[in-house]
Write a protein that binds this ligand. Structure first.
Ligand code: PDD
Length: 279
């Protein structure tokens, strides 16, 4: 496993965390995860644009340019020899004596890793079973920040039940937001429903590509409007999207079968349309 830290390429066994990195002590930073298909980064421009937005929202100075970040991605691919995998990178505000307010000298830290991986084809073919979990996260879920405890606890609860995912809903409104590390969609009466991009969900790159490229091409219609868990349980189809899952059907939620319990036709055509883009 290969990595990069502040200007140097490293192997993961020799990498060291700086104890007063604010990412380590406060979760004060942002991250991105991008897929490498056949030695090429997929939708890297979209990920870098979201990265810049996350940094801006957290008032972390932008010290790494897109060209530089792109070059490091390709250096990691080349050095590791990995053709299909996931590159993870994070930028933290600084390493500085621990105070809650920003330090005077802010020099962000960049770290990056590459790992071999393929999307889970069995999940894509058979569909996954998920649970409903209360969304206990903060109110800026649109920022891809390092604070992931809400997501971690939701995913762990699903894992302990032997399920593959958690679909989160806000208790105050009884509306579904998104998965623990994915966006959530349903199909009902031929329409594709998903939560609008506000402060309560992450604007997923996979979600954007489906909405802007795949869905229009296939001639489907999207309703960007929040819906309740009850509404979702009566859907004909359901699926989640993310960089790692691509488009993965959800065939069971909280023990309730979705549709006939197998991946839906529209979901399958969206996965196929997406797969054509990544080839
Ligand atoms: N997941 N919502 C949340 C809370 C996420 O963590 C992610 C990403 C998404 C989907 O975003 P994208 O399509 O840009 O990957 C939505 C991680 C990085 C993943 O599973 O790959």
């Amino acid at each position: 496993e290969y990595g990069f830290f502040n200007g140097e390429f490293i192997t993961l066994d020799t990498a060291k965390v700086q104890l007063e990195d604010r990412g380590y002590q406060f979760g004060d930073g942002i991250y991105e995860a991008t897929r490498v298909y056949n030695g090429k980064c997929f939708a890297l421009e979209r990920h870098l644009a979201r990265c810049r937005r996350s940094l801006r929202e957290l008032r972390i100075p932008i010290t790494y340019m897109d060209e530089e970040l792109t070059a490091i991605h390709y250096d990691l691919i080349q050095k590791s020899g990995i053709q299909n995998g996931v590159i993870y990178f994070q930028i933290t505000r600084a390493t500085a004596p621990r105070t809650h307010y920003f330090p005077d000298q802010v020099i962000p830290n960049l770290s990056m890793t590459i790992r071999e991986s393929e999307p889970n084809r069995k999940w894509q073919e058979d569909g996954i079973a998920c649970m409903l979990a209360e969304d206990i996260r903060w109110l800026r879920c649109d920022i891809k920040s390092l604070n992931l405890l809400g997501n971690v606890l939701a995913k762990q609860a699903a894992h302990e039940k032997g399920l593959q995912g958690a679909i989160q809903f806000r208790k105050d409104t009884d509306l579904i937001t998104e998965g623990s590390s994915s966006n959530f969609f349903i199909v009902k009466d031929g329409l594709i429903w998903t939560h609008p991009t506000d402060n309560l969900i992450l604007k997923g790159v996979t979600r954007s590509i489906l909405l802007e490229e795949v869905i229009p091409q296939l001639g489907y219609t999207v309703v960007e409007k929040a819906f309740t868990p009850e509404f979702a349980l009566s859907a004909a189809e359901a699926f989640v999207t993310s960089t790692s899952l691509e488009v993965t059907p959800v065939v069971n939620i909280d023990g309730h079968t979705i549709g006939n319990g197998t991946p839906g036709k529209i979901t399958q055509s969206l996965l196929q349309g997406y797969r054509e883009l990544v080839q």
